[in-house]
Design a protein around this ligand. Structure first.
Ligand code: NAG
Length: 474
């Protein structure tokens, strides 16, 4: 859906927005909360009652007092069509009394409420979206008392200046309401980062995380983007995946921990995207570790950087609107199955239709079938994969310590060590005296001097990690 290049100046002119820095006072540390997408998708079970139950559960699990304050409804809270006057319409079956009472209830439990819309002409799930109706929708959000907006990018131009202009239109509309509303862009591409801070409080940089390979892609993409993040403006590598085997997307418990540690070091939003009402104990233990949360919420708001890596160079790829790496894995499977069925049906028809019309198969149906088959082959060959490699990430903290994350993406176990260059990249000197704490196990590590191999860990294969806090005593 990319516009031809000769149209770019025209589009920029038509959109006519000047970009000013966002200054809404929100999101000075990465947002924390929960999002319904990987829990409910578009199930009719995502309704007013469920939202209230989710708010109760977030409180009961102790998540609210740890800082998980945003309860975010993703796509499918609204109808397919806008009203005659261009307003978003809450699904009257799921939300019979509208959004206001739901928002009020969520607020009464000490939480904040997030809603979802899209800069395109429909949302990703074909519901009513905000293109051209930004002001009306922003006013609705403000009237309902909404605190957060996730703004998606489906069914919209993939051309950069057009995308920036549409995101700016909603930014300005939210600002004009006078209500501080955290603005979270969802354009799944790394090219948002250089403009991100002017447009929103956070911006998605890569495809949906719905399997470990996509977590790897998000991490590798984010390693190039640290310079663009800071207080009030963060790169967003997508939500946290839990390990519930019956959720639409999930990781192993070990990978859940690694994603959480990496997200803390990358100053990424911590939005739980998994079964909340039946969360596995191991996920809850991971997400409620206040020593890891403290890294995420560190006041410096600096994104971590890679200080050691043996991974191959990585070049982020643009997402097409209908590419497998830009859609949730289960949606991609559905899409692939549909295409495979279409191809099979077309081949069968091609084999039989000549009885009615000579050569119909050869000219029409066979090429169509071949196109479907080719498309599936392309989808398959471009699916994300991890590399057999390891990395060390480090994030500077306000008290002068470094949060250091060692991660093993390879299938086999590996020893990951921070060498002299790695120590130097963190500003540590060899021979220095340190205090080291393992934040995941919550124990002190018996390392006192930075000698050879002082900072090294043995990790399992397939996504194991360690997260240490290293403070040099001077
Ligand atoms: C609107 O933008 C101005 C200028 O950047 C800023 O000072 C103000 O805080 C913003 N208001 C809201 C509600 O975001």
């Amino acid at each position: 859906m990319t516009s031809p290049s000769f149209m770019r100046p025209l589009l920029a002119l038509a959109m006519g927005h000047t970009i000013v820095a966002l200054d809404n006072g929100l999101g000075l540390t990465p947002a924390m909360g929960y999002n319904t997408w990987n829990d409910f998708r578009c199930s009719p079970e995502m309704n007013a009652k469920a939202v209230m139950a989710l708010a109760d559960k977030m409180d009961e699990l102790g998540l609210v007092k740890l800082g998980y304050r945003y309860l975010n409804l993703d796509d499918c809270w609204q109808l397919e069509e806008l009203s005659d006057t261009g307003e978003l319409q809450p699904d009257p079956v799921a939300f019979p009394e509208g959004m206001k009472p739901v928002v009020d209830y969520v607020h009464s439990r000490g939480l904040l409420l997030g809603l979802y819309s899209c800069r395109g002409w429909k949302t990703c799930a074909f519901r009513g979206a905000s293109s051209g109706h930004e002001a009306i929708h922003a006013r609705q959000f403000a009237q309902w008392g909404v605190d957060y907006l996730k703004h998606d990018s489906c069914w919209a131009s993939g051309e950069r200046s057009a995308a920036f202009a549409q995101y700016a239109a909603m930014r300005d509309a939210l600002n004009a309401t006078g209500r501080p509303i955290l603005y979270s862009l969802c354009g799944w591409s790394s090219w948002y980062s250089p403009e991100g801070a002017k447009l929103g409080n956070s911006w998605r940089i890569s495809a949906d995380c719905d399997e470990w390979a996509n977590v790897y892609v998000a991490v590798r993409t984010n390693e190039l983007l640290a310079a663009y993040a800071g207080p009030g403006a963060f790169n967003d590598p997508d939500m946290l995946l839990g390990s519930s085997p019956n959720a639409p997307a999930h990781l192993t418990p070990m990978q859940v921990q690694s994603q959480f540690s990496l997200w803390a070091v990358m100053a990424a939003p911590l939005l739980i995207g998994s079964r909340l009402l039946s969360m596995p104990a191991s996920d809850l233990a991971t997400y409620t570790n206040d020593e890891v949360i403290a890294v995420s919420q560190d006041a410096l708001g600096q994104q971590g950087r890679v200080v050691w890596s043996n991974c191959p160079p990585y070049v982020p790829r643009d997402n097409w609107w209908n590419s497998p790496w830009s859609m949730p894995f289960d949606v991609c499977c559905m899409w692939t199955r549909a295409l495979a069925t279409a191809a099979a049906v077309l081949f069968t028809m091609a084999a039989t239709c000549r009885r009615f019309a000579p050569r119909c198969g050869a000219y029409v149906l066979l090429p169509l079938g071949l196109f479907c088959a080719l498309y599936i082959a392309v989808l398959w060959s471009f699916r994300p994969r991890t590399h057999e490699c390891q990395q060390v990430w480090a994030r500077p903290l306000a008290d002068g310590a470094q949060a250091v994350c060692f991660v093993n993406f390879a299938q086999a176990p590996a020893r990951v060590a921070c060498d002299a260059n790695c120590l130097g990249a963190m500003g540590f000197s060899k021979g220095g005296t340190v205090r080291v704490r393992d934040l995941v196990r919550r124990v002190d590590v018996p390392v006192t001097t930075l000698g050879d191999d002082a900072l090294a860990v043995d990790l399992e294969g397939d996504g194991d990690s360690a997260l240490w806090r290293v403070l040099e005593r001077r």
